[in-house]
Ligand binder design. Structure first.
Ligand code: NI
Length: 253
């Protein structure tokens, strides 16, 4: 099982991080991509990857945090990305739901970080909330299809999924597909070919049912795999194998 998007740097794991990570391995988790959200968290992400053989890091600044970026940000990210276990730039994107950073600043730093990813030939991990049109425009303008990546915790419609895949991006599926009234994510899973899907937790957030609201962790990828298998009517182990291959190929792990 692969968790293509986790936040083990989060302080919710401070009391028992090593124990949780050991339990992930014993539950059959083979790879975890720990996503950065600030410069500081990106640094911790790299440290976690150094310490644990099964953890890989993404470095980047989340749209919520881009107001803190300055003239050094890209240089620092470039330096962090020298580490061989840095497999992506992320998570980066736009969030027009919370608008924690001004929208023009969000767009500016998304473009800059895509450019860095192109320079480093790394895929990008995209966070997108209520910004479908702008994010597709920026990905097209910045030629992001050269590097590809994943729309993490995909929240759009089937039409949006089609556009995202046309740009060469994969679709990340996590806890929300198990929520009651999850019509859109279920339609997206049904529509999306198995070779375009990645599994993820976004832990400690977005725990799947029946753990919704509790602390999430990578062992619960099993529930996401079961749900995909049920929606698509495909054998669990085929789903596990295919989604693992997709993540390994995308991130070069
Ligand atoms: Ni995340």
């Amino acid at each position: 099982m692969i968790d293509s998007h986790a936040h083990y740097d989060d302080k919710k794991f401070d009391p028992d991080r090593d124990e949780v990570l050991r339990e992930c391995v014993s539950q059959g988790v083979t790879h975890i991509v720990n996503a950065g959200s600030t410069i500081e968290n990106s640094r911790i992400s790299v440290e976690l990857a150094r310490k644990h053989p099964f953890i890989y890091a993404a470095v980047g600044v989340h749209p919520h945090e881009v107001s803190q970026c300055d003239n050094n940000t890209i240089d620092v990210l470039r330096e962090l990305a020298r580490e061989s276990k840095v497999v992506a730039i992320g998570e980066i994107g736009l969030d027009y739901h919370y608008d924690f950073s001004p929208r023009d600043v969000q767009r500016e730093w998304l473009s800059k970080q895509i450019n860095l990813a192109r320079e480093l030939k790394l895929p990008v991990i995209i966070h997108n909330r209520e910004s479908h049109k702008d994010i597709l425009d920026i990905l097209r303008n910045e030629k992001a299809s050269d590097i590809g990546g994943v729309f993490h915790c995909f929240s759009g419609s089937v039409e949006m999924a089609r556009e995202v895949m046309n740009l060469g991006f994969k679709i990340g599926i996590g806890g929300p597909v198990t929520f009651k009234n999850a019509h859109k994510p279920i339609d997206v899973v049904r529509y999306t070919p198995l070779d375009m899907l990645l599994t993820e937790t976004d832990c400690p957030y977005l725990a799947p049912e029946p753990y919704r609201g509790k602390r999430n962790w990578s062992g619960l990828i099993k529930i996401i795999l079961e749900k995909i298998s049920e929606i698509k009517g495909i054998d669990y182990y085929m789903v596990e194998e295919a989604t693992a291959k997709n993540a390994i190929d995308l991130f070069g792990m």
